[in-house]
Ligand binder design. Structure first.
Ligand SMILES: [Zn+2]
Length: 349
């Protein structure tokens, strides 16, 4: 189980306990998800299914000159294929790293194969969320699932990564961002990429550790670094563009591709998650359809009702990170973030 927040929250808890009313103990009415439009077609990945290194869906590209092992993972969530579209383009364009090794991973191809534009949210995973199982105990344990079995097959590549970027997208509308996790190495990597220019440090989900939280990337003093890109709405063409930009920035800054003449990007904004708001009831409802990245200026503003409880901003200028407008009971409904110092400034570098 992940810890919640950093203990540095500048304000009270966002949850104000209320007394349950008769309404609150009734079963919640089921609310259907809205129709999500699918603008981009799923890529044809049949050429890469077999991989080139003995692991299905994994392609290694080697340079002759030494350099870091950079890993790009797409399809950790089977229905988030903008990242897979970008990796497919890199491969079709015959991209070659100038230094080091680049590994491209199509993670959950079996879930992706089930994608259906008529029900695009259904193929996120087969048995369980593949981004909640990255700890030794789970990976080495006896439990089996489609996603755990696949994670075990991918593990040798993950274990040898120096730099990893995990490519994701979002169901609900919101500004693209880089999740840096809780480690200093992740914050530095995210700052180095800097595109999109919004970096959010956090401590994961209560439901289990993400790939970027895996010990290789989060152990204190560790040399490997990982970050997670949330590039925009799952099936929006702008999400492919945002992913392309982030991937190219990563490859340039890690030395696998030569620098280009693009002007330096604006300094990114750094935020720190202070609170993870989990839905305690099936009745969790936001008071309006907030967007991810939206900043609520006033402390005490009502954000949501969760059965008898009210969820309010605990401090001024509170950023809502990826609100889930229809959370199930026990799911993350929103993360709340406050401004954090730039790690380069903090370390005097
Ligand atoms: Zn995802």
């Amino acid at each position: 189980m992940m810890s919640c927040g950093s203990g540095a929250r500048p304000g009270p808890s966002p949850r104000m306990r209320g007394r349950p009313t008769f309404q609150d103990v009734l079963p919640a009415p089921t609310q259907p998800l809205p129709r999500f439009s699918v603008e981009i077609p799923p890529p044809d990945l049949s050429r890469w299914r077999g991989g080139n290194c003995g692991i299905p869906g994994v392609i290694h590209l080697e340079a002759t000159r030494p350099g870091p092992h950079v890993v790009l993972t797409a399809l950790i969530h089977g229905n988030e294929y903008a990242g897979a579209t970008v990796l497919d383009t890199l491969l079709r364009d015959d991209l070659r790293p100038t230094h080091g090794r680049l590994s491209l991973i199509f993670a959950n191809l079996d879930a992706f194969a089930r994608f259906d534009a008529a029900n695009p949210v259904a193929s996120r995973f087969i048995d369980e969320d593949m981004n909640r199982l990255w700890c030794r105990r789970t990976l080495n344990g006896p439990r089996q699932s489609a996603e755990l079995d696949r994670a075990r097959v991918l593990l040798p590549v993950i274990e040898s990564a120096d730099i990893l970027m995990d490519l994701h997208s979002m169901l609900w509308p919101g500004a693209p961002l880089i999740l840096a996790g809780g480690a200093e190495s992740g914050r530095r990597l995210s700052a180095m990429v800097g595109d999109p220019p919004l970096i959010v440090s956090d401590h994961g989900h209560r439901a289990g550790p993400r790939l970027i939280d895996f010990e290789r990337f989060s152990a204190p003093g560790g040399q490997a670094a990982a970050c997670l890109l949330e590039a925009g709405s799952h099936w929006d063409s702008g999400t492919v563009t945002a992913t392309q930009q982030a991937v190219h920035a990563l490859l340039r800054h890690s030395g696998l591709r030569p620098p280009d003449r693009s002007p330096p990007a604006a300094a990114p904004r750094h935020m720190m998650v202070t609170d993870i708001v989990t839905a305690h009831t099936p009745r969790f409802r936001f008071v309006k359809p907030f967007r991810g990245g939206q900043v609520v200026p006033r402390r005490g503003t009502l954000l949501a009702q969760d059965g008898p409880d009210e969820i309010r901003t605990p401090y001024d200028d509170c950023m809502l990170v990826m609100p889930n407008l229809r959370p199930g009971r026990g799911q993350t409904a929103v993360r709340l973030a406050t401004s954090a110092p730039d790690p380069a400034i903090r370390n005097g570098a």
